[in-house]
Design a protein. Sequence first.
Length: 333
Amino acid sequence: MAEILSQQEIDSLLSGMNTGNQDEQQNPLASTIQDKEVRVFDFRLPHRLSKNQLRTLQAVHENFGESLGSFLVSRLQTNASVNVLSVDQIFYSEYILSVPSPSALYVFRIKESDALAIFELSPELVLAMVARLLGGPAEYTGKPRLITRIEQSIMKGMIDRALENLQKAWKMISPLTFRYERLEAEGEFAQIAPASEIVLVVSFEVTVAEKKYPMNICFPTFALDDVLQKLNMQHFSGMGNASHDKESSKSILRSIEDTSMTITGVLGNTMITLSELLGLEPGDVLRTNIPAHSEVELKIGGKSGLWGRPGVSNSRTAIKITRTENTIEKLKE
């Protein structure tokens, strides 16, 4: 049962509130709290993704950057690289404000969620790629301008291939299908999400020849709700390291199975002086440190790995392998 205060106690509390002394007596932490800096918390802050999920997404897009960079090198016939700068979650309105005008916003659809996303290239990068594809220089030095219909047709194949590489990179965590829909020159016309929606923005730096260009990919988070549950760093590591490395090792071994190698049999070693070497004549016999019936060492690429006994097979000199060292055993595994 709650304690009933007397009239005297009530008057004491009221007088303490008026003087301001009662707060300090009843709450000894009041002075300590006042000494610390208090910041107002904004409940609208976009923190839908955890740090582990952001790290996983960064790893996915780093793989995409490597594959896209290799494609640009082969297609443009010049030095090219794509590096991830950051992975951020912001409001869609903030992203639109950061888009320059004019720009090249390639809107594509995520088939599984029926949502739209943006693959943003700077106009300078698009014009430099078009010029290079037509046999010109790999740099664009003019001012940004709108992309013409002919240039859009030339770039469509490049965008389709880039989305294909992005789709392959996302397969590490979830099979998604990306389909190019349209090109927009102004951010206000893209309209892939409400202004207050949280979006995932992956920023890249694209280097073509000696010049660097910005590139961004914008995903609305509601389009990735099912995928976000799979963005676990441990799941990604186990999938990316164990299975991928094992498959890579098998592929490498299959590629080098038919590679020819030179094996050298060391039948013996001995030491002689320089004067004895100069005095050697046909018919002289050198005594080695290996007995006639002992094993001889076989070297592969100058390194020991096999041991055997010399003999004759089908009228040809041969060495029968008797044992192997740990290096050969590991290679077999």
